[in-house]
Design a protein around this ligand. Structure first.
Ligand code: NAD
Length: 275
């Protein structure tokens, strides 16, 4: 089944399902991305800080898949917010690509006070055409509001921690109102919770003959969220993409909506300040 696209506010399309490579060892990344491309993935989410851009690029180059069929995201790391052009060029050199489909400011780091300048840099990079779309990650409403007020350029994407235990309703509503598409990181809560055993998830899985992971990922798709669950195992890559042939009912969606505990497993974006 074809993976659906989401149209972003710049008119470009992004595949709603991909593979994330956070915590994928550099030595394993080329094999894993190669396998993902073999089983049909066309969207890869990496970042400078994941230290595997070169290996992602190597897998792309060896795949022979036409560049225009792929959607590749990377991100500006925190310590590079004052040099977005230099950091972008270095990422592109490692990836071995002429263009990237999406470039994100990775964290807002309000304490640094440099995210606005970084965003202005991304706007210039987009004007060169080397980043086809630009956006942000881990931005809360005030951080987004500053970019809107100061530049008028609305990010195409906000990539945030989002899963049934942390549903980010106010932020999602703000993004919807402003036409900012949402990407979920940690769509499976990073495997750090009992989410897979919750009765609401288990019941829907039994009804549809799917796994708990597939139910959770399907819930994201039906909320128009873009996802790139991480796995290093080929069979799970196939499992995580095999979510296009069923629909959760309104009652099942509502039951999973009811699991929100506003619990984040990752850092608080308002105070996270790692360089
Ligand atoms: P995730 O929710 O995708 O969880 C990954 C873990 O879930 C795996 O390690 C595995 O243990 C488990 N898993 C995967 N498929 C499974 C299956 N079918 N059945 C059972 N368990 C399964 O967490 P993530 O990797 O943190 O998030 C996905 C991607 O989001 C990352 O790889 C990265 O690209 C991105 N990300 C971005 C940020 C950011 O700050 N922007 C932060 C974290 C992650």
């Amino acid at each position: 089944l074809p993976i659906p696209n989401i149209t972003m506010n710049d008119g470009k399309q992004i595949p709603q399902l991909g593979l994330g490579v956070f915590l994928v060892e550099p030595g394993e990344t080329e094999r894993i991305v190669t396998e993902a491309l073999e089983v049909g993935y066309r969207h890869i989410d990496t970042a400078r800080i994941y230290d595997n851009e070169a290996e992602v690029g190597a897998a792309i180059a060896k795949s022979g898949i036409p560049r225009e069929e792929l959607f590749i995201t990377t991100k500006l790391w925190n310590s590079d917010q004052e040099d977005p052009h230099g950091a972008f060029n270095a990422s592109m050199d490692r990836l071995g690509l002429e263009t990237v489909d999406l470039y994100l400011v990775h964290w807002p780091i309000p304490e640094f006070g440099t995210a606005l300048g970084a965003w202005k840099g991304l706007i210039e990079i987009a004007e060169t055409g080397r980043a086809t779309s630009i956006g942000v990650s881990n931005f809360e409403i005030p951080h987004l509001q500053q970019l809107l007020d100061e530049t008028g350029v609305v990010p195409a994407i906000n990539q945030i921690e989002l899963h049934p235990l942390n549903q980010r309703r106010a932020l999602r509503e703000f993004c919807r109102e402003h036409g900012i598409a949402i990407e979920a990181w940690g769509p499976l809560a990073q495997g750090k919770s009992d989410l897979f055993e919750r009765p609401e998830i288990v019941a829907a899985a039994a009804t549809h003959g799917k796994s708990p992971a597939q139910v959770i990922l399907r819930w994201h798709l039906q909320h128009d969220t873009i996802i790139f669950p991480k796995t290093t195992r080929r069979e799970r890559m196939i499992e995580n993409a095999d979510i296009l042939d069923f629909d959760l009912s309104a009652a099942e969606m509502a039951a999973i909506d009811g699991l929100d505990e506003q619990h984040n497993f990752g850092p608080d974006p308002s105070t996270f300040n790692r360089r």
